[in-house]
Design a protein around this ligand. Sequence first.
Ligand SMILES: Cc1cn([C@H]2C[C@H](O)[C@@H](COP(=O)(O)OP(=O)(O)O[C@H]3O[C@H](C)C(=O)[C@H](O)[C@H]3O)O2)c(=O)[nH]c1=O
Length: 181
Amino acid sequence: MKLISTEISDVYLIEPQVFTDSRGFFFESYNQQKFTDELGITADFVQDNHSASQKNVLRGLHYQIIQPQGKLVRVVVGTIFDVAVDIRKSSPTFGQWIGYELSAENKRQLWIPAGFAHGFLVISQVAEVIYKTTDYYAPGGDRTILWNDPDLAIDWPIKEPPILSAKDTNGQPLKSAQIYE
Ligand SMILES: Cc1cn([C@H]2C[C@H](O)[C@@H](COP(=O)(O)OP(=O)(O)O[C@H]3O[C@H](C)C(=O)[C@H](O)[C@H]3O)O2)c(=O)[nH]c1=O
């Protein structure tokens, strides 16, 4: 398993060790001991999520003001552009974003600690995204930052207006969002 730093400290790309043979492939998609001992990331995951979306769906930018969640994101079908935004007011990288292509083919995972807003754009015809979270869903505590907030200026690889949920259509700009101290 390989840890790749990103432009924001604490956010990492992870490349698993993939074993291939004449039957196909095998890899450990998560191993708590290796995560801790080899990557130096301590995380206790309590929930697994799985979503499927069609091309050009954009889900995000989401976070929970109650029970903030760390997320380990991977793609099992298709390709997404996965984005994390630092919304920790005291962080030197507050308001900065990173974005990486995660796909069933590259098998890359993105580790996003609590304190970030998360979202993704589906690039392939369909994408299935699986992610582990370090705290439970808090329905009353989920918040949305506007995906195209001009202050964030996220460079989404987008060619036409995305398909959004009603919630995401009405996201808050970061400057007026409830954020983490
Ligand atoms: C997140 C979540 C949702 N739900 C229910 C609530 C709704 O009835 C339905 C769809 O929820 P939502 O539209 O919030 O799903 P997404 O737009 O994919 O939200 C997620 O998208 C971004 C990318 C994230 O990182 C978050 O995990 C999460 O906010 O699933 C649950 O029952 N449990 C959950 O943990």
